[in-house]
Ligand binder design. Sequence first.
Ligand SMILES: C[S@@+](CC[C@H](N)C(=O)[O-])C[C@H]1O[C@@H](n2cnc3c(N)ncnc32)[C@H](O)[C@@H]1O
Length: 330
Amino acid sequence: MAKSPEDLLIEAAISGDASELSSLLSTGADPSSFDASGRTPLMHAAERNHSDAVRLLLDAGAPWNALSPSGLSAGDLAMANSHQVSLDLLLDAAIRSELILGTIARRNDEQTLDKTYLDSRVEFGEDRLMDEESKAVMMAWEGPLMEAHARAVCGNGGKVLNVGFGMGLVDEAIQRYGEVTEHTIVEAHPDVYARMMRLGWGEKKNTRVVFGKWQDVLPQLASYDGIFFDTYGEYYEDLREFHQHLPKLLKPGGIYSYFNGLCGGNAFFHVVYCQLVSLELGNIGYSTQFIPLPVKDCLAEDVWEGVKHKYWQLDTYYLPVCQASSDADD
Ligand SMILES: C[S@@+](CC[C@H](N)C(=O)[O-])C[C@H]1O[C@@H](n2cnc3c(N)ncnc32)[C@H](O)[C@@H]1O
């Protein structure tokens, strides 16, 4: 049986034959086809660092975000094999496409259920806070990360704002910084807020709890020396929207950080989103540094037992530290 143009495309991607690839593409071979093993021509080319083939396939519209049956994208294969040239091409294509389309982490129809999160019940366990769908709102394994976020945003002392109380891990850590003169917490979920009140957060010295969605309580907020943002049931667009308020909320010299869980199930997509946020913060005058923190040891075998969505599967957490570019230059 004669081979299909798509079979030939796969062969050319594997051998790195750019002229054959180019002629197949120009005669209509589909660059988004999968072979019998569930891989695309782009995955094969990226895995072997055939960078001309990678470029041709991307230019022909090959999907950078297609996943193999084991959940790997072309970018993951380039990254795992340290193929920097192919990786850069894929990153560039991914960022350009996400800037326009936002296909990975932005709102989509599948996520509409989460829109009701604030109206549904939550359940507090010893090591987790769960929503009604058995998805984890917050988990104790993140404790060391929250400590590190608190250290970053309390670096200047003064007034510190945290958006999203959850289990209160970051807030407990913030309370330990004596240099913090005012600690403001915004929390929107009625059950979480009620628990905060039961635990005495409403009476703590120099601490102010603001109940409501951050979107609604912005007029009640001041400007701060440090800000941490970590909500749940929201999307990339909400984070972006919050960032638009930073020039008002963050004092000159202030430090901003957010929970960097975007695309925490795929190493390449995560890198794309780290770069995208950094680029978008850059556009409004902030520079972002990512501090790598190993998290493998935080994630014991049984940590995800009973949790519907494993929201983090990577070995390294990249803690973002953002400052106005003019401050960072000083
Ligand atoms: C992941 S948890 C925060 C965990 C927290 N960083 C900690 O250390 O435990 C997210 C919290 O944000 C709250 N939240 C969700 N949407 C919000 C919004 N729009 N405004 C304020 N809080 C929100 C949730 O109810 C939840 O308590």
